[in-house]
Design a protein around this ligand. Sequence first.
Ligand SMILES: Nc1ncnc2c1ncn2[C@@H]1O[C@H](COP(=O)(O)OP(=O)(O)OP(=O)(O)O)[C@@H](O)[C@H]1O
Length: 193
Amino acid sequence: MQAQLTATDIACRRGDRLLFKGLSLTCGPGDIVQITGANGVGKSSLIRILSGLLRPFAGQVRSSGEIGLIDERLALDPNQPLGKALAFWQRLDMTRDTKRTLDLLQLEPLLDVPVRYLSTGQKKRAAFARLAGSDCPIWFLDEPLNGLDMEAQKSVEALVARHCENGGIAVVASHQDIGLRVKEAIAIEDYAA
Ligand SMILES: Nc1ncnc2c1ncn2[C@@H]1O[C@H](COP(=O)(O)OP(=O)(O)OP(=O)(O)O)[C@@H](O)[C@H]1O
């Protein structure tokens, strides 16, 4: 089955404020969509709506294909060495080729370091290693470049490009430029309620 994601006429309300309305998007295999906007405009809220974690105030989201998410929370056991924390997910996800991803993200020298000791950028790279091993076709990436140095940004961009070349979808919320061929950039301000 090919990955698909369609959102129709989405409105988002947080607390008693309507943040945006009338937002629609369609993605198929290979598509990268960037969501842009100033702090507090509703990028993370849209990512949560699209990934099924937050109910839209109006509109519908339909997807086919498993969903993977990277946001500010790290879904890795802080008390385990990185290698073991990743191995936990690799067993669940039946990940085959980890070496290529670990090389690309330069994580091999860190496999014995407890996750809680990793720096911000190292944790972000570890989150990408977990996601890349998961085989989910639809990636939601909330500020994926935050905390990454230039070299790590390039590695993450290469990983996302590879994912999409292989038929995946990436929806990227980022206030900064991403070095990826974006099919559509959605400025949330254009849908302000
Ligand atoms: N649970 C909540 N209840 C009420 N308001 C909320 C809730 N969560 C977020 N908000 C508000 O919704 C607005 C949008 O938040 P969101 O995190 O989606 O913005 P963002 O564009 O991702 O911001 P940033 O660039 O700073 O990450 C903000 O004004 C925020 O304070």
